[in-house]
Design a protein around this ligand. Structure first.
Ligand code: DX5
Ligand code: ZN
Length: 220
């Protein structure tokens, strides 16, 4: 199977953030997943564009910014300038989702749509051809370290069928509660990118954990 691992910096030790990003640089992770939370769309606040810029400047991995904020269209250009290479907005936060996706593309970034656990995947059906990524939340967004919601597996299968039938290039990213213990079923259902926060950063040796996650089901 061909898949990417995206460690989520939310779970890192913030007292040594530079070191933690360098550690991810030296691992065989594919992307660096960065969770931006505003305390309105989700019941938690994380960090804004200045911190994202600091992290992106240090990162040698693709910077994958997940905006869990209301009115994300106001901040697309700022996050792009901060170094975001992929910008994902929540379908639930965008009344004009198609326009927001165009705006992300116009900024020069790849565009993703995230959907909450209760949101059906058909919300992206009429713009799937325009997306680079669909992020299925497998926990309720806002916090790291939660338990994977198993109904997500069915959503992955439905979304995969939609992507194939519409000939879309969108990758399926799974975010929340992902680790060595459940990645096989997630990949078999059709996921392309696995976000891993606690399972990487809270493990004894994060570099080894990423290496294990990468090699477990890869073809080479
Ligand atoms: C949840 C975030 C996730 C989180 C994942 O709102 O979007 O990216 O960091 O953390 P774990 O892997 O610990 O569930
Ligand atoms: Zn996330």
């Amino acid at each position: 199977m061909n898949y990417k691992i995206a460690p989520s910096i939310l779970a890192c030790d913030f007292s040594r953030i530079g070191e933690q990003i360098r550690m991810i640089n030296s691992s065989n992770a594919d992307w660096l997943h960065v969770d931006v939370m505003d305390g309105v769309f989700v019941p938690n606040i994380s960090f804004g564009q200045h911190i994202v810029k600091t992290m992106a400047d240090l990162s040698e991995k693709t910077v994958d910014v997940h905006l869990m904020i209301v009115n994300p269209e106001k901040y697309i250009e700022q996050f792009r300038k901060a170094g975001a290479e992929i910008i994902t907005v929540h379908a639930e936060a965008c009344p004009h989702l198609h326009r927001t996706i165009q705006q992300i593309h116009d900024s020069g970034a790849k565009a993703g749509v995230a959907i909450n656990p209760h949101t059906p995947v058909n919300i992206v059906e009429n713009l799937i051809e325009d997306l680079d990524l669909v992020c299925l939340m497998s926990v309720n967004p806002g916090f790291g370290g939660q338990k994977f919601i198993y109904q997500t597996l069915e959503k992955i299968r439905t979304l995969k069928e939609m992507i194939v039938s519409k000939n879309s290039k969108a990758l399926i990213e799974i975010d929340g509660g992902v680790g060595l213990q459940n990645m096989e079923s997630i990949l078999k259902a059709g996921a392309d990118v696995l976000v891993a926060g606690s399972s990487v950063f809270k493990s004894e040796n994060p570099i080894n954990t990423v290496a294990k996650m990468k090699s477990l089901f890869s073809e080479n």
